[in-house]
Design a protein around this ligand. Structure first.
Ligand SMILES: Cc1ncc(COP(=O)(O)O)c(C=O)c1O
Length: 380
């Protein structure tokens, strides 16, 4: 038995178990909810006549990306080369490595361009364009390039008003063996500004950049924005775009609920954890989920501390060490009888991408039973 556990696919032995039999902490994925979240996003894109280029960074699994693409395994964006390589090996195509290209990436980018029918890179600098122009793509292939635009997010990308946008587009277009695929903006400011402002501004600004690029003599076939808040609250103007590229919508999380993207009930993931001790003299109990089971994101964002205990709004996860969480009531005395030692609790994470990243595999549950384990990729 011990050998089987060692040799088997991680978590395989858990298939068929109920959640309360799992070793905790466990990252539990509610399959019907994930399926619904993925189908809803595909429907949104269909409604507005745009392509979904699903961002895979939240879950980093083959199974999740199959659901995101409606089974086509086409049109995804990854945040690491490692993800792109995993998907390339598993018959996905039309993959964008959605990260600013630097010369160090080139050998792996070359290999992916060679392997796939269509692999795209993203650039926002002359250094990146120099790298492509100084290196030939694999024989019979072209470099396919998205230009990253900053529409207010203030992370990567050429500032939308800056003439560098059209200048770089002209440079890319003029580089031998290179296709200018279009422009991409993340719309991550939808997390810090009113969602409708960030969304509407990003659409208007991207359309303005696209017009300037076309006026400079360069076709701009793809114009895309995307973040989960903007795409879960879509608007008719999205019809003017060609692509959306959200990612977090697969799982959603407490943060998304505060932004109007979902309710707690839509959140498709949780961390199962057990009570490990009662400390009435300090009105606290401990659980077996520390920061390696949840991540430390969310502090200061929630009245309930680092997470939200499903069904127990009076509980606060007030501190965490590596493997232990400290739980107190928000008000009054903790009812220890309600939370016996060994009993199970479920934490909805503030940021599901960060929490999922703590686990080498997820327990996928349907009607209370584990039906599958999804192995994730964790490299860079
Ligand atoms: C470049 C890029 N594109 C798309 C996304 C997807 O956004 P969201 O996680 O809000 O769905 C992200 C998320 O961080 C991103 O970094």
């Amino acid at each position: 038995m011990a050998e089987a556990v060692k040799e088997g696919f991680p978590g395989t032995n858990d298939i068929g178990k109920s959640v309360d039999e799992l070793t905790t902490p466990a990252f539990v994925v509610d399959l019907p909810k994930v399926e619904k979240n993925c189908a809803t996003m595909l429907e949104t894109c269909k409604k507005f006549g745009v392509q979904l280029r699903a961002q895979t960074k939240t879950h980093k699994t083959i199974e999740g990306s199959i659901l995101q693409t409606g089974g086509t395994r086409r049109s995804i964006v990854t945040s690491t080369l490692d993800e792109a390589e995993l998907f390339a090996k598993n018959h996905f195509d039309d993959i964008l490595y959605g990260f600013p290209l630097i010369p160090h990436h080139l050998p792996r980018v070359f290999q992916l361009t060679k392997t796939l029918e269509t692999f795209h890179v993203m650039v926002d600098s002359d250094v990146a364009v120099d790298t492509l122009s100084a290196n030939s793509p694999p024989e019979g292939k072209k470099w396919s390039v998205f230009l990253k635009i900053d529409c207010g997010n203030k992370r990567a990308g050429v500032w939308w008003e800056n003439k560098d946008a059209e200048r770089l587009a002209v440079r890319i277009h003029g580089t031998p063996n290179t296709i200018f695929k279009g422009i991409y903006a993340h719309c991550g400011n939808s997390y810090s500004e009113p969602v409708t402002n960030a969304r509407n501004n990003s659409i208007d600004r991207m359309l303005a950049v696209s017009e300037r690029i076309v006026s400079s003599g360069v076709p701009c076939p793809t114009v895309g924005i995307g973040s989960t808040p903007s795409c879960r609250q879509p608007c008719p103007e999205m019809e003017k775009l060609t692509e959306l590229h959200p990612g977090n919508y697969v799982f959603l999380d407490v943060q998304q609920s505060t932004l109007g993207s979902c309710t707690y009930d839509d959140i498709a993931c949780s961390v199962a954890t057990r009570v490990i001790g009662h400390y009435p003299h300090r009105n606290q109990m401990l659980i077996d989920c520390g920061f390696l089971g949840l991540s430390k994101q969310g502090w200061g964002c929630m009245r309930t501390g680092y997470g939200v205990f499903r069904g127990h709004p009076n509980l606060k996860l007030c501190a965490m060490t590596q493997e232990i969480g400290f739980v107190e009531p928000l008000e009054g005395s903790l009812d220890f009888a309600q939370f016996p030692i060994n009993s199970l609790l479920h934490i909805l994470p503030w940021h599901s991408c960060a929490t999922a990243a703590m686990y080498p595999y997820y327990h996928v549950v349907n009607q209370g039973k584990v039906t599958a384990t999804w192995k994730t990729t964790r490299g860079w």
